[in-house]
Design a binder for this molecule. Structure first.
Ligand code: AMP
Length: 107
């Protein structure tokens, strides 16, 4: 957790602009967008991945999805994809639970 880039972002160390923040998550733009709209919905709790989560973290994962829905609606997206990469072989590069929200539409 000490070297986790997302923990540092959540702590405000990089001055990252949050599109949304609450007790459980933050939302910010991916620094290397792979679609016209590419946001990250990130758990405040340092959970390594879906594979590492406890059953008690289900409420957090459900909340991340609800927040993805809400931010997509608030920025007027007509359609989008949600993606969770799990593990190195699943394309995960940052080992702190997050959902990618990507859309071919600009927000
Ligand atoms: P993943 O491959 O699912 O772990 O996705 C990690 C994502 O985090 C990648 O799309 C990166 O571009 C993004 N990312 C890494 N560091 C930062 C950062 N400091 N600010 C914004 N996005 C980041």
């Amino acid at each position: 957790m000490g070297d986790c880039v997302f923990c540092k972002i959540i702590a405000g160390e990089f001055g990252t602009e949050f599109l949304y923040e609450d007790d459980l998550c933050v939302i910010f733009k991916d620094m290397a967008p792979k679609a016209p709209t590419h946001l990250l919905i990130v758990s405040k709790k340092h959970i390594v991945s879906i594979a590492e989560m406890d059953d008690s973290d289900e409420v957090i994962v459900a909340h991340l999805i609800s927040c993805a829905r809400d931010v997509a609606k608030s920025i007027g997206l007509r359609g989008y994809n949600l993606q969770i990469n799990v593990g190195k072989d699943g394309g995960q590069e940052v080992f702190h639970l997050h959902i990618h929200l990507m859309s071919k539409f600009n927000s």
